[in-house]
Design a protein around this ligand. Structure first.
Ligand code: ADP
Ligand code: MG
Length: 235
């Protein structure tokens, strides 16, 4: 647990710095993109410039997510509702990739005191990774269970799996194996899970697939004084 604590402190500092830098980058970036669009004629150079600018935009947007949102709203949420919202957003992408999403929902489920948008963001990142790993399509199993202490979301994909020596690097800033990946999704996810006092685990076998388990407690005592101040509790 000491290592986990140290990691999270590191993330907070990185997150604050990253958010500041991202914010400063976005204004000039928007101006530059407009300029390229206006001044360069159609052609390969213009397309490459726009593509690279969009990549910077994408990275800075993910960085901004690391910042403390302006208003955090903690409330008792129905985990099934949160999951359904995210699955709805991913449905068409799943269809395009020939992925069938099979859900198994235990009822009744306990309500979870959390920041809904952050939790949705975390679940979205996990589901997107699962789908991106399933290049040949297949079945994605999503299971939601509850008990007296919390709720567990289990995502099992039939994707390419994660190499054993990559497992410990998941969530490190910029760790990606994808050509157009940012390596920031799991960093954000890990930070959100930590804020909620949850646990995120990965179990994977190469060429077989990956199971990601996310556990969130019914109620969390937001870890530090600083975090408590940032939270407007809505009861
Ligand atoms: P990105 O998706 O931009 O690469 P992430 O932080 O979301 O960044 O993920 C980091 C890396 O973790 C991915 O590039 C991939 O190698 C690995 N990964 C995460 N989830 C899975 C999964 N379900 N199956 C296979 N690899 C995964
Ligand atoms: Mg990702």
């Amino acid at each position: 647990t000491e290592e986990r604590l140290r990691q999270s402190e590191k993330l907070t500092v990185v997150g604050q710095l990253a958010a500041g830098v991202a914010h400063e980058i976005r204004n000039p970036l928007t101006a530059l993109r407009g300029f390229v669009q206006l001044q360069f004629e159609q052609g390969e150079v213009r397309e490459i410039m726009l593509k690279e600018l969009d990549r910077i935009e994408c990275i800075s947007r993910e960085f901004l997510l690391l910042a403390k949102p302006q208003s955090i709203r903690v409330a008792e949420e129905d985990p099934y509702g949160l999951l359904t919202d995210v699955l709805t957003l991913l449905q068409s992408q799943a269809h395009l990739q020939r992925i069938m999403i099979v859900t198994e929902i235990d009822k009744p489920l306990p309500r979870i005191r959390c920041e809904a948008n952050q939790v949705k963001q975390a679940v979205m990142n996990l589901l997107k990774n699962a789908m991106e790993a399933m290049e040949e399509g297949g079945t994605l199993h999503v299971c939601l269970q509850g008990d007296g202490e919390g709720a567990t979301l289990t995502i099992t994909d039939e994707g390419k799996g994660i190499a054993p020596d990559h497992l410990q690097r998941l969530g490190d800033p910029f760790f990606t194996t994808k050509e157009d990946g940012t390596g920031l999704g799991l960093m954000v996810t890990r930070q959100i899970v930590h804020h909620h006092g949850g646990i995120l685990t990965f179990d994977s076998e190469l060429e077989k697939g990956t199971t990601v388990t996310l556990w969130l407690p019914i109620n969390t005592d937001f870890a530090t004084e600083e975090e408590r101040e940032a939270v407007q509790i809505v009861q």
